[in-house]
Design a protein around this ligand. Structure first.
Ligand code: ADP
Length: 326
């Protein structure tokens, strides 16, 4: 019999569509198992300020279709310090919380791992990030919605792009991972994607200029992952203007619109399955694991692996993109 009676739930770091569906699933699955649920507001910050509320089933009614997170999210510098985590632990004791479900990205799960070890406290994680950059799971909550948003935006840009002869660089999120850029490019029929995984290997801009264009095409669209190293879409445009002034270059930065919107069916289903699985996992005495999905089955991925291991890009996708953009 599990010792867990009260579960705390929080969303942390960058928000992602589907986080609400995950909050709903965790809450309802916990109540179904006769547990008490406490919603912690603004990520780890709520553990420091005590902004915590008991959740009943109706607190999570009518939220599955909404982007963002009803629990709000925040970045909390104090939680990076031992003193901040001690304060968080005191709140947890005061509130009678026996276990935590943390929904967030790489940073949030790193914080969860450190806290769980420091206080021998049960935590399970859900991968909530549009970037899809967590190892051990085929996809993350929010990724599919962001991909669809990118696709729709690029479709619209293509309408105007094809009225002129232009080279469009469209910047998407994914500082350390090119999943959105690469799959977004395939989904929208773009000519190329410039992604962080192969920056060291090839000069992707040179490759694009010399091999990537069919000369008869009157416009080209390239998806570029945001980057401090290359300067993202702006960086690419500046290089082209300098070295290949014959091209008429345009830049669009999609920015925060990629995080918004109603989650797709895939993200809602993923979040619902993972949320329910998180409660099962806790009651099954699982600790320090992130829920993942592999080949459509839920799996438990140790935090250490999910955070530390690089999630490789599928190189077949690069070839597919190249083949189809002739
Ligand atoms: P994401 O979860 O989207 O990757 P961040 O990297 O901003 O977002 O992390 C979210 C929060 O997780 C941070 O504001 C901090 O509270 C906590 N966190 C991140 N890294 C650590 C760490 N090394 N130690 C403790 N807490 C951390």
């Amino acid at each position: 019999m599990s010792e867990i009676k009260t579960v705390g739930i929080l969303t942390s770091g960058g928000d992602a569509p589907g986080m609400n569906a995950a909050i709903r699933a965790v809450t309802r699955a916990a109540i179904y198992k006769q547990l008490t649920v406490k919603g912690i507001y603004r990520g780890y910050k709520g553990l420091l300020t005590g902004e915590i509320q008991e959740f009943k089933t109706n607190n999570v009614s009518n939220i599955i279709q909404h982007g963002g997170t009803i629990l709000k999210t925040a970045r909390c510098l104090e939680f990076r310090e031992a003193s901040g985590r001690q304060k968080a632990h005191e709140t947890i004791q005061k509130e009678g919380i026996d276990a935590l479900v943390v929904i967030g990205g790489d940073g949030s799960l790193t914080g969860a791992r450190i806290f769980a070890q420091e206080y021998n406290f049960p935590i399970v994680g859900l991968p909530g990030t549009i970037d899809n950059d967590l190892f051990g799971t085929d996809t993350t909550i929010g990724y599919d919605t962001a991909l669809n948003t990118i696709m729709e935006a690029v479709d619209k840009i293509r309408d105007t792009a094809s009225s002129h002869e232009r080279l469009f660089f469209i910047e998407v999120m994914g500082r350390n991972a090119g999943f959105l850029a690469l799959n977004g490019a395939i989904a929208s029929g773009a000519e190329a994607a410039i992604i962080p995984e192969i920056w060291q290997e090839v000069d992707q801009l040179e490759e694009l200029i010399h091999h990537g264009f069919r000369k008869s095409k009157n416009s080209s669209i390239v998806l570029v992952a945001e980057s401090d190293v290359t300067g993202g879409a702006m960086g690419m445009a500046e290089r082209v203007k300098k070295d290949y002034p014959e091209y008429d270059v345009r830049v669009t930065i999609l920015g925060h619109l990629q995080r918004g919107g109603s989650p797709t069916a895939s993200d809602r289903i993923l979040a619902s399955r993972m949320g329910a699985a998180a409660i099962e996992a806790l009651l099954d005495d699982q600790r320090n694991v992130m829920m993942g999905i592999q080949n459509n089955d839920i799996v438990y991925v140790p935090f250490s692996k999910a955070i530390k291991e690089e999630k490789p890009i599928n190189r077949d996708l690069l070839n597919t993109l190249r083949t189809l953009s002739i």
